[in-house]
Design a protein around this ligand. Structure first.
Ligand code: 0X9
Ligand code: ZN
Length: 425
């Protein structure tokens, strides 16, 4: 296969994957984070040679008549050396390990880290930056906490914001970063609402739950349409769907797969994954949390529990709060509010667990675009400002009501100040 054919077949594959959730089995393994991937030229005369090379776990990228170019780790280079087929190796160019040039505004893992550090360093008194845990490949799952005194913030009502459960949903990582930047800028300018919220709430942002998957999705400078994390499964496939790995309803209903190669593989057990375990430990140890927003793409929806059952929530007051909040937020972002299972029922998703276990008013936003025809998971960096602006007031609202979400049922709710400032009357 020549280079052009390879590129064309990749694009075709990407388009097909965008139209359907089913995904061919991934046979390559990523480089460890502490060792940059290597480009290697390897002797290969036929398919049998190539199969032996692929079996070392490298990814075959370019096919020549008597060689292949592969991406892999130092350990894999050692294996190829032992097999006597390694011709040359050199570190992969940084441009191959990042977002494609047309989406350079998106933040890869190192850039997420740098952006969070920048925000923290510019606001050392009102932010802390730490990690809620490590991924399977050893990356950190960063948390930025914003509050007047983050060290005593656990006495204040907390709103939790997460992004990046699904690798290819890079927009869901950008929006939390943009939110933190905007809130802190408004605070610097003395904006009354920002000053009041930072003074009275504990705002916790985990923008990238699945950095291993996100890095894998962009590893060759071209999107791979990857969804899951990068756990090596027992059958040689990779990845667990983190939004099927929470315990509530785990594997009880349809909407998750027990086939490891499947896009919605639920994992070996509830919380089998380091990423979901980190999220669990974080939320379990945040009893002051009342509201949670987990960002995904795409479809333009606001979803609330139950997602694993067609029943409505038994507590009718809670059900009313969910509905009211969803409807209110839809007036800003224009997304359609609905019970999550009305879209489709899944088992083991985050919001069901968060409400079931901690009674959090937990929402999923499926942000822009509305469909794959509008570029699905990859709408392009030019869309980011628009997507952020429409969601900014909705996120602020979830922080506003965190002191007592039941207040949204109060007919005089507008007097709390959160409604009139944004809602079109
Ligand atoms: O399937 C998911 O995990 C979410 N959609 S996505 O396209 N981002 O993968 C939606 C989960 C919401 N819950 C239910 N539909 N029950
Ligand atoms: Zn998602």
């Amino acid at each position: 296969m020549n280079r052009l054919l390879f590129a064309l077949s990749f694009i075709l594959f990407a388009l097909m994957a965008q139209l359907a959730l089913a995904h061919p089995v991934e046979t390559t393994s990523p480089a460890k984070t502490d060792e940059p991937p290597l480009w290697m030229k390897v002797t290969a005369h036929d398919k049998f040679d190539r199969t032996k090379i692929a079996a070392t776990g490298v990814s075959l990228e370019v096919y020549g008549d008597d060689y292949v170019m592969v991406l892999g780790s130092q350990a894999q280079a050692d294996k190829l050396q032992k097999m006597g087929v390694l011709i040359a190796k050199f570190p992969a160019s940084p441009s191959l390990l990042d977002f494609p040039a047309w989406d350079a505004d998106f933040h890869n893992y190192d850039e997420v880290k740098a952006e969070l550090e920048r925000l923290h360093q510019a606001h050392p008194a009102i932010t802390t930056l730490d990690s809620i845990g490590q991924t399977g490949e050893g990356r950190e799952i960063f948390r930025l906490r914003i509050s007047k005194d983050p060290h005593t913030a656990s006495q204040l009502p907390a709103m939790l914001l997460t992004g990046g459960h699904h690798a290819r949903e890079h927009v869901s990582v950008e929006v939390p970063l943009m939110f933190a930047d905007r809130l802190l800028s408004l605070f610097d300018q003395g904006d009354a609402q920002a000053v009041r919220l930072i003074g009275s709430r504990d705002i916790q942002i985990v923008p990238l739950v699945n950095p291993d998957g996100a890095e894998w999705d962009i590893q060759r400078g071209i999107y791979k349409m990857w969804r899951k994390n990068r756990t090596a499964n027992s059958d040689g496939t990779f990845g667990v769907d983190l939004n099927r790995n929470y315990s509530q309803g785990w594997n009880n209903v349809e909407g998750a797969s027990s086939d490891p190669g499947n896009e919605t593989f639920h994992g070996k057990a509830p919380f089998s994954e380091p990423e979901t375990r980190a999220v669990k430990a974080w939320i379990d140890s945040t009893p002051n949390a009342t509201t949670l927003l987990t960002l995904h793409t795409y479809s333009e929806l606001i979803l609330y529990p139950w997602g694993s059952s067609y029943e409505t929530i038994a507590n009718t007051r809670d059900a009313q709060v969910f509905k009211t909040m969803a409807k209110t937020m839809s007036q800003w972002n224009g997304y359609s509010p609905m019970q999550a299972s009305n879209l489709y029922a899944v088992s083991g998703e985050m919001c069901d667990w968060a409400y079931d276990t901690h009674k959090l008013f937990a929402f999923t936003f499926e942000m822009d675009p509305s469909s794959f025809v509008n570029n699905g998971f990859y709408p392009g960096q030019a869309k980011l400002p628009e997507i952020f602006e429409k969601n900014f007031p909705a996120i602020l609202y979830m922080i506003e009501v965190a002191d007592n979400p039941y207040k949204v049922l109060d007919p005089a709710a507008k007097s709390y100040g959160f409604a009139t400032s944004f809602l079109a009357e």
